[in-house]
Design a protein around this ligand. Structure first.
Ligand code: PLP
Length: 402
């Protein structure tokens, strides 16, 4: 990432809050997953065009969750055969976009089989399984188990395969994604679930996808052991190939793992105050900028720029919104959760680390704030990839009915 002087200069030039994304770092992280035949980037984590272009031009594949994400991937230079639509609901427009561009779907509900087969979309599809269990850094990102809406319940896979056959659809892929921020502990169980699913493998099966969800150490701890993870999947693939007597292509579909550590959110301290329990620092970024703390009680490392000589204090950091939940340091239960921060003064710059995933992609216009700009770093050079939304942009969708 950039040094302090450059971050300060960029904040001055583009204002705050400001997102930075180090695409060089994303590419370096993507290369760590080279053991898989295909790395399919889950663009929901960060759908920036500059990033997608960089991934497309290096031959990676991409996951889209809607017709709009298919169109974004096409705009970034992915060919339709490098895009897969993963969804539990096929809205009419999404189906039309997939059909028009010939994008294969990963169907997460059996009821999507017939409408998909009846469209002019490719005659092959992937089926997403709910293996009966899930995992994740928060229950809201756990995407398997009886409480999850995602995937086809594992016991219903044979029936879904029969439906696909009746509809004239070839099932060429099986996919699992049990949640986001998944540790290695549950890996054996996940592989076993795919193993059980493969007992029903149709003759048309070509691919198995391990899904995404690889964890990121937001607390600065050790990195996710990608090599161990890849080895376990590769060894399983060997067994499955032997058992089925044919080659199987192995995919992985991370979002967060690639982009989270490569992103930085820069905010400015605008006010400091005390309540009997807490030392508050109020900044110009809130949950309209970074929703993860409010949604999941997610922890992000934070530091003040150029303040290493000041004493550290337990500090609760909050944003500018007229919402008491607009706290960037809170627990999953919504209680303030102080972080150690150098004594702040209005005008200081606050760096919020690991903000590259589900940061700008979840930003909103709540309280009238425009979406923030983003600078990307490529070949070591920072460039503005996305300008700040303007007031005119915000009004553009509305009619003057006066
Ligand atoms: C089907 C699927 N694939 C991949 C991902 C990416 O997850 P992560 O960003 O945690 O890797 C998700 C996230 O929700 C998902 O639902």
């Amino acid at each position: 990432m950039l040094d302090a002087a450059r971050i300060r200069a960029l904040a001055q030039e583009h204002g705050t809050p400001l997102y930075l994304l180090d695409i060089d770092q994303v590419l370096e992280r993507a290369a760590r997953l080279a053991a898989f035949d295909t790395l399919r980037y889950a663009q929901k984590a960060h759908p920036g065009l500059a990033l997608l272009r960089a991934l497309a031009s290096r031959g990676y594949a991409v996951d889209a969750t809607s017709g709009f994400e298919i169109e974004r991937a096409l705009a970034a230079g992915f060919s339709p055969d490098r895009i897969e639509l993963a969804t539990d609901v096929l809205d009419r427009r999404t189906l039309e976009v997939a059909a028009t561009h010939g994008v294969r779907a990963n169907l997460g509900s059996a009821d999507l089989i017939e409408p998909y087969a009846a469209s002019s979309a490719p005659r092959s599809c992937t089926l997403r399984l709910n293996p009966g269990f899930g995992s994740g850094h928060n229950k809201r990102v756990t995407t398997g188990g009886p409480h999850s809406k995602h995937g086809i319940w594992h016991e219903e896979l044979p029936e879904a395969l029969a439906r696909a056959e009746r509809a004239g659809l070839e099932v060429t892929g099986l996919h699992l994604h049990i949640g986001s921020g998944v540790a290695l502990e549950g890996l054996a169980q996940t592989i076993e679930a795919m193993d059980a699913a493969l007992a029903h493998a149709p003759a048309t099966l070509e691919r198995v996808s391990a899904g995404g969800g690889l964890a990121v150490p937001y607390d600065g701890g050790p990195e996710f052991p990608v090599d161990e993870y890849a080895s376990a999947w590769l060894a399983a693939r060997e067994r499955w190939q032997e058992r089925l007597g044919r080659a199987l292509h192995l995919e992985v579909e991370p979002g967060r793992y690639l982009v989270a550590p490569a992103g930085l959110l820069v905010a400015e301290v605008r006010a400091c105050k005390q309540t009997p329990d807490w030392n508050w620092v109020l900044v110009d970024a809130g949950f309209q900028t970074l929703a993860r703390p409010l949604l999941y009680g997610a922890y992000h490392r934070m530091e003040l720029l150029d303040a290493t000589d000041r004493p550290l204090r337990p500090t609760v950091v909050a944003g500018p919104l007229c919402e008491s939940g607009d706290v960037l340091t809170q627990s999953a239960e919504g209680e303030p959760r102080p972080v150690q921060l150098a004594q702040a003064r209005p005008g200081d710059l606050l760096l919020i680390h690991d903000a590259g995933a589900y940061g700008i992609s979840m930003a909103s216009n709540y309280n009238g704030f425009p979406l923030p700009p983003e600078v990307v770093v490529q070949g070591g050079e920072p460039r503005l990839a996305r300008r700040r939304q303007t007031f005119d942009d915000l009004l553009a969708l509305e009619q003057d009915l006066s």
